[in-house]
Each structure stands twice: as C-alpha cells, then as structure tokens.
Design a protein around this ligand. Structure first.
Ligand SMILES: Cc1cc2nc3c(=O)[nH]c(=O)nc-3n(C[C@H](O)[C@H](O)[C@H](O)COP(=O)(O)OP(=O)(O)OC[C@H]3O[C@@H](n4cnc5c(N)ncnc54)[C@H](O)[C@@H]3O)c2cc1C
Length: 524
C-alpha cells in the first residue's frame, strides 16, 4: 500500500462550508502540509438565472470574496476555478502535484454522486482523500443507526435518536494565524480568471435587491447580534412571531442563508445557544425554541439523505400520491405575484426582491399554491423557491413543501391558511403589503387585504383600479378551499384503500366550478 507523503501538498476544495471557523476538513488539509491550495469551482451548470436567481448567486460571490480576504490575511488565497469539478480538479491536482484532497461532506444527492466520482479519480491518482462532517450537527448516518436503520419521520423520533447519540461534536479549534502557502511557481495561481467574478461577469443582468450580504464575517456578526438579546432567545417560540415584520428587521434570525452556504457553523450556533440557555435557565424547548429550529434543519437533512427519490412525488416512499392539477395559468399567477390576494402576492414579491421570507409567510404561499387554493403540485412551488431563495436548500426546501402540501410529515390537510385574515391578524394596517405591493400603497386599511371589495370611488382615490392596476383574485378562496379539502380527503381515502389516485387525476379547469374571480367580482 502506498503511504501518504510526510509533507503533503494539500488541495482544499470549498463547496459549502464557506468559512474558516469550525472547519475540521481544513484542519485535516493543513496537517503537516508543505503547501495548501484552496479552491472553489464555479460549475457553469448552476450559473443560469433559471436555476439560481441573482440574489443567491450574489450572496455566494460575496461569501467567496470574504473567504478570499480571510485566507489572504493568513498568507493563503482562494482560487476560483471555472468548469465541471470532475474535469477541473484532476487538471490542477496534476499541475500542483497534489497528494492530499480534503473537503466537507455534502449529503445532497447530486453532490454525493459527484463526490464519489472525484474521490475515485483522486485515489486512482494516488491522492489521499479526507472529508469530515461539519455542515450538520451529526452524521446523518449515525442518526439513522439509532433509529432502526432509517431516517426518523417524526420530530419525536428524531429527538430520541439524537438523545441516544448525546451532544454533537465540539467545534474545531481556531486555525493558526498562518496557513501553509502555495508554491509561487505553481501554474495558473496568479491568473486573473481565478478572482471572484461579479454577477454581471457571469452574464446576469438583473439587479441584486436582497438586503442580506453573504460571507463568514457577516454571519459571525449576525449570530452575535441575534443572540445578544438573551431574553429574546430564551423566549423564542415558533410559530409565535410576526411574519410581516420587515422594518427595521424580520422577527427571526435570518441565519438561514449563512447556514445554507456554511458561512456559519451549525455547531457554533448550537454551542452559542447552549451558552445563552446556561444563563437563562427558564427557556423555551424544542421543537418551538431557537435550538428546536436548528434541529428541524437536522431533521430534514437526515430525511433527505436517507429517503429514495425524496425530491419528487413519484417513487418517493414517504410522499402521498396526490393527483395535483396541471393549471399553468394558476401557477404562473402565483409565481408572478398576480393572484389578486395581496397577502399572497406581497410574500411572493418579497421572495423575488429579498430572496427571504418569514417561515409563516412561506407556509401561507405554499399552502395557497397546493392544498389550500390552487391545487398545484408542491414540486412546482419548490422549484420556484429553490431558484429564488437566498437560503434555497434542497433538503429543507423539499421537506417543508411536502409538509405544507400535507404530502408527508404533516397530515391535517383540513387546516388551511386564509389568504385574507391571516396577514391581517399581525398587520391590520397592511404596512407589509403596501411596502411590497406599491400599487396598493394608498388603499384604505379596510380593503388592503380584499381590495376587490373597495367601491369604485375608493379605488379611484387610491389610484388603484382592480383589474387594471392590481388584479382581481384568480379564485374565490371561500369556495376553492372547501373543494380542495374534499379532494385531499378523496386522495387520502384512495391511498388508504390501496388505490393510486395519481393514475386518473380528476379534471379541473381554471374556469371550473369555483369560477375565477377576475370575471366574478367586477369592481364596483
Ligand atoms: C415551503 C417552505 C420552504 C422552505 N424552504 C427553505 C429552504 O430552502 N431553506 C431553508 O433554510 N429553510 C427553508 N424553510 C424553512 C424556514 O422557513 C427557514 O429556515 C426560516 O424561515 C429561515 O429564517 P431564519 O434563519 O430567520 O429562521 P430561524 O427561525 O431564526 O431559525 C434558525 C435556523 O433554523 C433552521 N430552520 C428554521 N425553521 C426551519 C424549518 N422549518 N425547517 C428546517 N430548518 C429550519 C434554519 O436553518 C434557520 O436559519 C422553508 C419553509 C417552508 C414553509
């Protein structure tokens, strides 16, 4: 057997885990290393506005810029390479005489397939490969092992498995102030095209609008700031909290995009929370506490990594086979913020502009698209979120969409969010709606959630004619929500009886029994 060289030339491949703190794979890369080459590979497959929206791409590039300057401060650098990792990496490991390759474990389906290929090619080239778990609190396989060999499908089951494992591993120590250098004579390391590009360099023309900035520096500051109000942390309870809060800041931490890209370590978040709880003995508990939220992340990661076909309805053993409708006009109206329900359209506008919305706001639009009103497949909504969210994270996203559409995890399909009264409860004046839908900014509070009910004169005074300046509702919630519940019951019953309801989906036209309100409710 070939033994690893005493002073390896290490290649560290950043993918997620865009941070220097708590980075065990980076520690493995620098151990006794003579040289360290840190790279990120921009795969052109992802770099398309129809796959990744401008806000998330920009967030990623900001994170890379931040990482680059942190590495430079430690005598190293980050080289941004372009192309398919399977092609780019073998080229550089030959050029740079690499003998050790390190990266963080990624449990997403596409990443696992890619990493298996890279690992095999590296080993073939005589390169030692080391990868460590640090994107999740636990190795998802260990959770499954404590849960009878499968992913727990309830939070209780998850907690039981987790408790059997004990607390997660401690965060890795801080890295040394100086990292091993690159060999200055190495081919290509000073090339301009290894700099971090901008979104426009990558062909994006749309403006970046999200107020959130990517990077480890920003993430650490955000974590410190959010946890500095210890009373708030101790009392945190979801689903309490205001989904309409946006100015000056939302009601939850907005750590999700930083966790998605690994700008912040989940174990650092975990340890920081434990410190607060040590001080504040009276505190909320999972699943509703802030720690509970972090554990939901872990729950979905475990389910995704150990469920075949998790990201689709078909052949997914945990997903109910509900025969959703194929009504592209409904789907498009939802995606383009044109349902005529201000609460729904404002949330979708926040998604387009910020790439982030409060959890309960996500609930409302996901319920509306699927089992609540439009009866469109969760996979379609998931894809829109996947493209536009700055925290778009496949394991969490698909899991929550299955939950909200009552396809898995949650089965109370008869509990539907009202697109009229839900937002009003938190924000009777409609500040949130006015901000994200300026067409309605002068609509009196009385009509802000149901502008089609405003008399013509009121609409004129508000400079917002329904059907002209803002659409009339595409469906009548009071009617369609009842139809949807009945259809969900039918689908559940069919599944119980062993039938496959997907085989013959009942037809439902956009202009069916419920009549689109665009025609039904003429503005008076
Ligand atoms: C339909 C739908 C789709 C979603 N898609 C995503 C997604 O793509 N990426 C994503 O990170 N979250 C997703 N969520 C979960 C949740 O809405 C966000 O994680 C949360 O709103 C992010 O805001 P925050 O960081 O302020 O959360 P906080 O309440 O401050 O929670 C802290 C962290 O806990 C985790 N967390 C919180 N809620 C959940 C949850 N329900 N499931 C899993 N982890 C959770 C997140 O990592 C979050 O950053 C989705 C929810 C729904 C209903």
């Amino acid at each position: 057997m070939k033994t690893a060289p005493a002073s390896p030339n290490s290649l560290f491949w950043f993918r997620k885990g865009l941070r220097l703190h708590d980075n065990p794979s980076l520690w493995a890369a620098i151990k006794d290393a003579k040289h360290l080459y840190a790279v990120f590979v921009l795969d052109p497959w992802f770099l398309k506005p129809e796959r990744v929206g401008v806000n998330r791409l920009n967030f990623l590039l900001q994170s890379l810029t931040d990482l680059r300057s942190s590495l430079k401060a430690r005598g190293s650098n980050l080289l941004v390479l372009r192309g398919k990792p399977e092609e780019v990496l073998p080229k550089v490991w030959k050029d740079w005489k690499i003998t050790r390759l390190c990266f963080e474990v990624d449990t997403e389906e596409y990443a696992k397939e890619r990493d298996v290929k890279i690992e095999a090619a590296a080993k073939e080239a005589g390169i030692e490969v080391i990868s460590c778990v640090s994107h999740t609190l636990y190795n998802t396989e260990d959770i499954c092992a404590k849960s009878g060999g499968h992913a727990p499908l309830s939070y209780k089951g998850f907690e039981k498995a987790m408790n059997a494992l004990g607390p997660p591993a401690r965060t890795a120590p801080d890295l040394p102030a100086k990292l091993p250098p690159m060999d200055p004579s190495s081919k290509g390391i000073a090339d301009k095209d290894t700099d971090v590009p901008s979104v426009s360099d990558l062909g994006y023309i749309e403006a970046v609008r999200t107020p959130f900035k990517g990077g480890e520096t920003e993430a650490l500051a955000r974590l410190a700031e959010q946890l500095s109000d210890k009373g708030w942390v101790a009392q945190f309870e979801k689903p309490k909290g205001d989904p309409t809060a946006f100015d000056p800041s939302p009601a939850t931490t907005v750590l999700s995009p930083y966790l998605k890209f690994g700008c912040i370590s989940p174990r650092l978040f975990y340890e920081s929370l434990q410190q607060v709880y040590m001080e504040k003995k009276e505190h909320s508990k999972p699943p509703v506490s802030l720690l509970g939220q972090l554990l939901w992340r872990e729950f979905y990661y475990t389910a995704a990594a150990h469920t075949p076909n998790y990201h689709q309805k078909e052949d997914n053993p945990i997903c109910k086979q509900i025969p959703w409708d194929d009504t592209p006009e409904f789907f498009k109206a939802w995606e383009d913020c044109r349902t005529g329900y201000p609460w729904i359209d404002a949330i979708m506008r926040q998604l387009h502009e910020w790439g982030w919305m409060h959890h309960l706001a996500r609930h409302c639009v996901a319920c509306f698209l699927t089992r609540g009103d439009l009866y469109v497949s969760w996979e379609k909504g998931r894809d829109v979120f996947d493209r536009l969210l700055i925290d778009g994270d496949p394991s969490i996203n698909s899991g929550n969409w299955m939950w909200l559409s009552a396809s898995s995890f949650f089965y109370q399909y008869f509990r539907v969010y009202s697109p009229i009264t839900y937002g009003k409860k938190y924000d009777p004046e409609g500040k949130y709606v006015r901000h994200f839908l300026p067409a309605l900014k002068d609509m009196p509070a009385k009509y802000i959630y149901e502008p089609w009910k405003a008399p013509k004169k009121v609409q004129e005074e508000a400079n917002c004619i329904i059907g002209v300046d803002y659409p009339a509702p595409i469906v009548d919630h009071a009617v369609v929500s009842k139809q949807c519940i009945a259809r969900m019951k039918q689908a559940y019953d069919a599944e119980k009886a062993g039938q496959n309801p997907s085989a013959s989906p009942p037809k439902r036209k956009a202009t069916g029994g419920e009549k689109p309100l665009t025609k039904m409710l003429k503005p008076t």
